[in-house]
Design a protein around this ligand. Structure first.
Ligand code: F6P
Length: 195
């Protein structure tokens, strides 16, 4: 069995301000996570001959990977966060206040709701297909550093969770979900590196 480690980026400056999307850097807390994650990954993978670190193309995941030494890093656009279209950079309160219909339609059907000029969860699930095929093909461990919506979809695939649950799966910051693919099925461990 070989592990797949899933984690969100360290806390971003937009996370602190409650803004969705964007391409901000990390907060001080997020910076601390990059060091803890590097420590964890280097220990966890020290006996592995090969492994790779996959990030999105957004600064917050690239920065989160930056402290990890010794493994190749690959950027995937398919791992970028759900595109919030016209709502990119807004807070949920601002969307509720300025675009109440959009807010309500998303609440009613978060899986299918597509942000104007952006994406739905179903869109995200579809664009992850090549990532999943490549993950299945890998023989070496992979560390995937991505975003809340994307990791919900990836996790649901491996944990065999139903489609309708995906937008609501808990995906906390500063936590590593380790998935082991063995002959007997999938096993899961969680490591919470910070509060
Ligand atoms: O708030 C962080 C974030 O990654 C946003 O960039 C993104 O729009 C959101 O989470 C996705 O979560 P939800 O689908 O619950 O809004």
């Amino acid at each position: 069995p070989r592990p797949i480690l899933l984690t969100r980026h360290g806390e971003s400056r937009d996370n602190v301000r409650g803004r969705i999307g964007g391409d901000s850097g990390l907060s001080d807390t997020g910076d601390i996570y990059t060091k803890k994650l590097a420590n964890f990954v280097e220990k966890r993978l020290k006996n592995e001959r090969t492994a790779s670190i996959w990030t999105s193309t957004l600064q917050r995941t690239i920065l989160t990977a930056s402290s990890i030494a010794g493994f190749p890093k690959i950027q995937w656009r398919a791992l970028d966060e759900i595109n919030a279209g016209v709502c990119d950079g807004m807070t949920y309160e601002e969307i509720k206040k300025n675009m109440p219909e959009e807010y309500e339609s998303r609440k009613k059907d978060k899986l299918r709701y597509r942000y104007p000029r952006g994406e739905s969860y179903l869109d995200v699930i579809q664009r992850l297909e090549p990532v999943i095929i490549e993950l299945e093909r890998q023989r070496a461990p992979v560390v995937v550093i991505s975003h809340q919506a994307v990791l919900r979809a990836l996790y649901a695939y491996f944990a065999d969770r139903p489609l309708k649950e995906i937008p609501h799966i808990e995906m906390p910051l500063h936590t590593i979900i380790e998935i082991q693919m063995g002959v007997t099925g999938v096993q899961e461990k969680r490591y919470k590196l910070m509060d």
